[in-house]
Design a protein around this ligand. Structure first.
Ligand code: 5GP
Length: 224
């Protein structure tokens, strides 16, 4: 299949650079802009791309599994982790707390693994100003084609109550204002072309010279 073919392209490119710095890919957007769909697709195509499972104090939605989408924790536990310095970043979003465990990021960096973050602008900012993680970061902002379209998507999804949708729409305008803090911006007016763009961003990070020393050195050390 095409997916499989594409997957093997990634695998062979990765083989050339097995000993390389990892890619920390942060993707942000207002809810309803299609970020989750795009991220899920990238992870399906690139199995080696891990997902950073955040901690949150919000209640699980239908279908969400503890430890898969999020680690669902109490406010007390979240505070405890926060005070203990266990988060690489943390932020209040839509009235709930969210945080990325420092341990998961450190482990990815130490092993040269790639990690995908679905985090808001505050989190992306914090990771991008982290003295160690900053150099591995790539930040992408997904824009909805219009606010009207965003509202329709939120209503179609209908996993949230009306007042939650209203609040998220108001928040969306505020979040959108942070697009310029990102390195890449992708307008999701067509899911396939938006996906191609996200894939291209990831691929371009793989080809950076800092991640291809292994390939070049392999040739230089080759006697022939
Ligand atoms: P939701 O509750 O809809 O899953 O996520 C709400 C928002 O929180 C999304 O914009 C998502 O990207 C963001 N978010 C999820 N996990 C984290 C995290 O660990 N840190 C930060 N800063 N934001 C997060």
């Amino acid at each position: 299949s095409k997916e499989k073919e594409r997957s093997s392209v990634f695998e062979s490119r990765c083989k050339m650079s097995s000993e390389r710095p990892g890619i920390l890919l942060a993707v942000s957007s207002p809810s309803g802009a299609g970020k989750t769909t795009l991220c899920t697709r990238l992870r399906a195509e690139v199995p080696r791309l891990g997902f950073s499972v955040s901690y949150t104090t919000r209640a699980p939605r239908a279908g969400e599994v503890d430890g898969r989408e999020y680690h669902f924790v109490s406010m007390e536990r979240f505070d405890e982790m926060n005070y203990g310095g266990e988060f690489a970043e943390s932020a209040r979003v839509h009235g709930n707390m969210y945080g990325t465990a420092i341990e998961q990021v450190e482990s990815a960096v130490a092993h040269g693994h790639d990690l995908l973050f679905d985090i808001d602008f505050q989190g992306a900012q914090q990771l991008a100003s982290h003295e160690v993680f900053e150099q591995y970061m790539t930040r992408v902002f997904i824009l909805p084609p219009s606010l009207r379209e965003l509202e329709q998507r939120l209503r179609r999804r209908a996993t949230d109550a009306d007042e939650v949708i209203e609040r998220r729409l108001r928040m969306a305008r505020m979040e959108l204002a942070h697009y310029h803090e990102y390195e890449y911006v992708i307008v999701n007016d067509d899911i396939d072309s938006a996906y191609d763009a996200l894939r291209a961003v990831y691929l371009s990070q793989l080809q950076r010279v800092s991640r291809q020393h292994g390939a070049a050195r392999g040739l230089l050390l080759d006697g022939d």
